[in-house]
Design a protein. Structure first.
Ligand code: UD1
Ligand code: MG
Length: 456
């Protein structure tokens, strides 16, 4: 191995005009995580010695998103070559090799970048990553040198007629010797269709100085760039495919993988089964042998081993589902701990609550946690039994082993082991149905008479 220090420069100062967004492009999310985080995670995996993210002057949100990585401000957006120069103070002298990456190419893999760096170090001044997209429009084209290697890169707007058909495109990753890179960048001139300092022009400059430039190819889906919302959806699809494959490789069964949506940080245990149409929002951790049935939506949630979730369950931020607990259809859990073996199987809302081990939450139970001004806590003891269609008006505590009768509105604490209920006693009227119907017939006749009079 060599002991050359690696520097990484990530370009993220562009306006992202084609996104038509108020948000900086690199903060748009792929798999529930800002695009730039995918790139930074990859840079961390590379073990870069020095890192600089180039941002615009008005991009504090991007600086915050990439912290603790350092940022360099490109005050005026004058092109990708100009942007790399903005990072010079952070990288020159701190790195021997440099890799330049684009913040809008989020799915590039560390192994690919390592191949690029290796290709550069075998005698070339630069190494450029290429790929063959199904539709090359918008990408810079790689024009190969007759003797091998790369001759130059031509941007879409500057393509000559003969270059229109070139299929090999610029993926946007460049490896270089640090000193050589900055020397080449100083020679850039904005003499092109867009009047910008193109990073891509350093290839022709290196060639003119008699150097060779290596090309490494990557799979098209790995290096697709995001310039529009359509691109964003295409890259999201690739990210989802990767996450589904990774989940299955790690021991989860996905009944219909194409319909399961993951976040980059979703963690599944072994022998988890996920049914069709399940969405994992950010921050979900699932233990071993959990079954998540069809049509569930989970977000910032922990599910312990052997739990059974769904179908049609919604686990919102702060839901913690204990070992072997059951959360059934049309049950919503928010900011609530459901201890081991507890069950809420049907049509319930449990929010801002703690449900003890083995408790049973009957169908239609609602924790009334919000009084219109404040949120309040509901405490349900171990093995408590909450009858169907109960409203628990928080703050309220149901003791361990207590029982609440169906249809109750509970506004005061129920001691351990007590039975509590409140409901109006039924009124029984003998022959009531026949008498009720007679009354309705008469009522209708009177209503018709009244209408006829008002119209005459
Ligand atoms: C760029 C490449 C093109 C390549 C494509 C790959 C250039 C001139 N063109 O085109 O060859 O095929 O990426 O996806 O490099 N940026 C700055 N400052 C600027 C301009 C851009 O930081 O002044 C950043 C952007 O935030 C973005 C990246 O550089 O992350 C690329 O810029 P973008 O405008 O998206 O270039 P493309 O047209 O995609
Ligand atoms: Mg781009």
């Amino acid at each position: 191995m060599n002991d050359r220090r690696l520097g990484a420069i990530v370009l993220a100062a562009g306006l992202g005009t084609r996104m038509r967004s108020d948000r900086p492009k690199v903060l748009h999310e792929i798999a529930g995580r800002p695009m730039i985080h995918h790139v930074m995670a990859m840079v961390e995996a590379l073990g870069a010695h020095a890192t600089a993210v180039v941002i615009g002057a008005d991009m504090d949100a991007v600086a915050a998103a990439v912290a603790p990585h350092r940022t360099a401000v490109q005050a005026e957006r004058r092109g990708t070559g100009h942007a790399v120069l903005a990072a010079r103070a952070l990288i020159d002298g701190a790195a021997d090799d440099v890799v330049v990456l684009y913040g809008d190419v989020p799915l590039i893999r560390a192994d690919t970048v390592r191949r690029l760096i290796a290709a550069r170090s075998s005698g070339a001044a630069l190494a450029v990553l290429g790929f063959r997209p199904a539709d090359p429009s918008g990408y810079g084209r790689l024009i190969l040198a007759p003797g091998g290697g790369l001759d130059r890169i031509v941007e879409q707007a500057d393509l000559g007629p003969a270059e229109q058909t070139v299929a090999l495109c610029n993926a946007g990753a460049v490896a270089a010797d640090a000193r050589r890179l900055f020397a080449l960048l100083e020679q850039l001139r904005p003499n092109n269709a867009q009047g910008e300092y193109y990073l891509t022009d350093i290839v022709a400059l290196a060639r003119a100085a008699g150097d060779s430039v290596a090309v490494v190819e990557a799979a098209a889906e790995e290096v697709q760039g995001v310039n529009s919302r359509l691109d964003l959806s295409a890259v999201e699809a690739v990210a989802q495919r990767r996450l589904r494959h990774a989940a299955m490789a790690a021991g989860a069964t996905l009944t219909d993988p194409d319909t399961v949506y993951f976040s980059a940080d979703t963690r599944l245990g072994r022998d988890v089964t996920v049914g069709p149409n399940v969405v994992f929002g950010r921050g979900v951790t699932v233990g071993d042998r959990v079954e998540i049935r069809a049509f569930c939506h989970l977000e910032e949630t922990r599910v312990a081993d052997d739990a059974l979730i769904g179908p049609f369950a919604r686990l919102r931020p702060g839901a913690e589902i204990g070992v072997g607990a059951h959360i059934g259809n049309f049950v919503e859990i928010k900011n609530a701990v459901i201890e081991a073996g507890a069950k809420a199987n049907h049509l319930s809302y449990v929010g801002d609550a703690h449900v003890g081990a083995g408790a049973n939450i009957g169908a239609g139970t609602i924790t009334c946690n919000y009084d219109g001004v404040y949120k309040w806590h509901t405490e349900i003891g171990a093995r408590a039994f909450i009858g169907s269609n109960t409203a628990l008006v928080a703050p309220v505590t149901i003791g361990a082993d207590a029982m609440v009768g169906a249809g109750s509105v509970i506004t005061a604490d129920v001691p351990a082991g007590a039975l509590a209920f409140n409901r109006a006693p039924p009124t029984e009227v003998a022959d009531g149905v026949a008498r009720f119907r007679e009354r309705r017939v008469k009522f209708r006749e009177r209503a018709r008479d009244k209408q006829a009079k008002s119209q005459s």
